[in-house]
Design a protein around this ligand. Sequence first.
Ligand SMILES: Cc1ncc(COP(=O)(O)O)c(C=O)c1O
Length: 410
Amino acid sequence: MPAVLGADLEVPVKGGKLVGYANLDYAASAPCLEPVSAAVTAALPAYSSVHRGAGYASQLTTARYEQARHTVRAFVGARPDDAVIFTRNTTDATNLLAGCLPADTTVVVFDTEHHASLLPWARSVRLAPPPFPGEAVRIADEALAGIDGPKLLVVTAASNVTGELWPIAALAHIAHRHGARILVDAAQLVPHRRLNLTALDLDYVAFSGHKLYAPFGAGVLVGRRDWLSDGEPYLKGGGAVRSVGAADAADQGTDWHDDPEPRHEAGTPNVLGAIAIAAACDALSATGWTAVEREEERLITRLRAGLAAIDGVRELSLWGPDHPRVGIVSFVVDGYAAREVAEALSGEYGIGVRDGKFCAHPFVRHLLGTADGGCEDGTASAVRASIGLGTTEEHVDRLVEALRDLTTRR
Ligand SMILES: Cc1ncc(COP(=O)(O)O)c(C=O)c1O
């Protein structure tokens, strides 16, 4: 397994002692992989402008940037003519696509989505959380059948709240039967599972580098070129235009690129971010998905079994304990607000987890059965532990023991 930076990080706990940090917050932002850091360090001495310099360093940096695009294309199994656009993150990618939808497109989206996939759309139909996966397909089918004009189905591949895997192949099939397209939010899938856009027949996928062990500020939107070629350039400026005419010309003669990559990547791109993502893709592919999945499955099963054995800890799940999931588990602890649990885990045990509603307010409210409550309302929140490369059995066991301790105090 490739190593992560910070595996030996020590953090202070109550009483001033230092302990090894148990990072169980990968779903928010994963640590940097060593090969990613090495690739960025190696690119830095020749760091120079991209697409705008004849100098050797510019040529080299441009080649590295474009190579990163090829690597990402292969990593997600994209079709040869799909666009691969570097963005800031998943949120940026979904917003970019939102700006390129044909006029009057209706977006069908589940209430279980992360806000990045729930909110960018001008016109959307929101579907209630389905009680089982087949029902997700059925209600999407029904909703799409009732819509005229262009339509897009938006769905996450793996939930950032429960880790549960969604039936994206079946949803893609349904979408296409109704002449719709599908965007898959793969932010929580790609660090854990192989994705093959072509085999799954997906139209668009989006993900973030910082969740894929590449925390250098880049993300990706991959997918069909036509909407992206016709859409309004996401950023207007240098690089997105072939030429700009004189001020007295009727339309000022701006000739925008049709190719989605230059059209939507105006300004100096985040080269190091792109190189970092490509290095993470290479490292994961070289490790092999079977090994990555097997180790993660072992640890998440251990963690969930540990949680299930503690009275007063309840795991959140939409589709039940046996539904396949990635290395993410959210839970509530009787008698504690989520923030209190997260603070105690950090302050007393050196464990990092996330608490709150994980930018998925409607979904977390649904799972908790609460009517409302803002982000600051700890009773309407949950705790999330998430794992990945670099997670150890000791981290998992420390969390379980800490929660056992906490529950016996009240
Ligand atoms: C499923 C999912 N989609 C989208 C996002 C947004 O990612 P970013 O903050 O990198 O834009 C997240 C981040 O938590 C996520 O978990």
